[in-house]
Ligand binder design. Structure first.
Ligand code: AP5
Ligand code: ZN
Length: 218
């Protein structure tokens, strides 16, 4: 199973990715998580990416495409993977298509902009595992700590309102066009084209999970 989770910042991609990877036993490939790891490690990529991410912009396509191509060549991706936050531009999507990376499903999680700032301001993350919570909508069992490890949760640097609004604008300018790109592929009748599924992401976390898994035949 190879799939893409598509949706605005804060739509719930990371939250749902956790359920999908558990269900199908495939790795989650989050370019955002990969970049945050590089920032934390202070690598040359991290130093370059930090400023762009803090401003809500996108890191250069050639860098991202290189990172992803390397990642999907690793042995744990042999039976499939889940892209979270990638592709996010037409050149990124074309690079995968041209490399012959066939995708089974594109799952769009649809959430209107007006709900996003609220979701981001309450988001808390366990960095090591990628588990994501919300102080009101999806709280951890004990305040401020991860359910599984008991380690502290953090807030992301790019979750302040001003950056979230910039990220939303960038989504509409550069990423939303992928909806049409993949819908067109899905409707082409080509046997290797992905199936396109759109889910109402304004529902509860559990309801979204149930609909996503049902659409994937799980
Ligand atoms: P990235 O990490 O990919 O961020 P994003 O796409 O902006 O998405 P988020 O992680 O903010 O949101 P999400 O959809 O995962 O939502 P979540 O599940 O956490 O990218 C960060 C940056 O890296 C980019 O800005 C860019 O600079 C760079 N970058 C990354 N990939 C790149 C690429 N391919 N090309 C170029 N640059 C790239 O949920 C959000 C909150 O809502 C949580 O608190 C959660 O608990 C809550 N929530 C989730 N679902 C629900 C629900 N159904 N109801 C209520 N609350 C919910
Ligand atoms: Zn995410």
């Amino acid at each position: 199973m190879r799939l893409i989770l598509l949706g605005a910042p804060g739509a719930g991609k990371g939250t749902q990715a956790n359920y999908i990877r558990e269900k199908f036993g495939i790795p989650q490939i989050s370019t955002g998580d990969m970049l945050r790891a590089a920032v934390k490690a202070g690598t040359p990529l991290g130093l370059e990416a930090k400023k762009i991410m803090d401003e809500g912009g996108l890191v250069r396509d050639d860098i991202i495409i290189g990172l992803v191509k390397e990642r999907i060549a690793e042995p744990d991706c042999a039976n499939g993977f889940l892209f979270d936050g990638f592709p996010r531009t037409i050149p990124q999507a074309e690079a995968m298509r041209d490399a012959g990376v066939n995708i089974d499903y594109v799952v769009e999680i649809d959430v209107p902009d007006m709900l996003i700032v609220d979701r981001m301001s309450g988001r808390r993350v366990h960095v090591a595992s990628g588990r994501t919570y919300h102080v009101r909508f999806n709280p951890p069992k004990a305040e401020g700590v991860d359910d599984v490890t008991g380690e502290p949760l953090i807030q992301r640097d790019d979750d302040k309102e001003e950056t979230v609004l910039k990220r939303l604008a960038v989504y509409h300018e550069q990423t939303e066009v992928l909806v049409g790109f993949y819908r067109k592929m899905a409707e082409s009748g080509d046997a290797s084209a992905p199936k396109y599924v759109k889910i109402d992401g304004t529902q509860s976390v559990d309801k979204v999970r149930d609909e996503v898994l049902a659409a994937l035949g799980a």
